[in-house]
Design a protein around this ligand. Sequence first.
Ligand SMILES: *[C@@H]1O[C@H](CO)[C@@H](O)[C@H](O)[C@H]1NC(C)=O
Ligand SMILES: *[C@@H]1O[C@H](CO)[C@@H](O)[C@H](O)[C@H]1NC(C)=O
Length: 171
Amino acid sequence: MSDKKMTSSRRHHLKSVMLSIAASMIVQEKKDLVIAKANYMAEHCPSPNKSGDQATLMDTCKKLHGLIDAVDEERYDLGSKVNKTDQEIEELKIKVIDLAGVKKPALKRVRMSADAMLKALLGSKHTVNMDLRANLKQVKKEVKDEPAEAVGDWRKNIEDKADRKKMFETS
Ligand SMILES: *[C@@H]1O[C@H](CO)[C@@H](O)[C@H](O)[C@H]1NC(C)=O
Ligand SMILES: *[C@@H]1O[C@H](CO)[C@@H](O)[C@H](O)[C@H]1NC(C)=O
């Protein structure tokens, strides 16, 4: 019992260790994501040059508009890809359900008597076997009953003999 308590406390200890490791991994992952995002933004989206004359600023604005359009197109393409993939996932889910329905269910352990099992396996044939067994039991019983009666007769004979013996002794 104390062993079970030990393993249980050990399990709890390991669980808390794993959870604290996972928690620190999540914190580290969040930090890494912030750094990765900053690096990506610095590479792909440098802050626009806000100095220069009006023509330069207008040119910067045009470039920014172009970038926004390109990003919006990319976003739309990715969105339709996601939608298409979602639809495929739904279709595959339906296929899985259909296939699971066709598949034979997993065999379960069933408590069953030997007689019930034989009957299920052999069908009507087994009823004959059961009848035979019933007959065997009856025959056994009859065989058992006969010597009991014989003993009764034999005892009666002894008593008769004893009575006869008494008869001889008294006379
Ligand atoms: C911004 O543009 C101006 C004028 O075109 C230029 O002199 C300056 O070097 C640019 N600054 C950066 C950070 O690119
Ligand atoms: C994707 O599906 C969502 C919701 O079903 C819809 O609002 C969006 O417009 C779709 N996007 C594309 C690119 O088809």
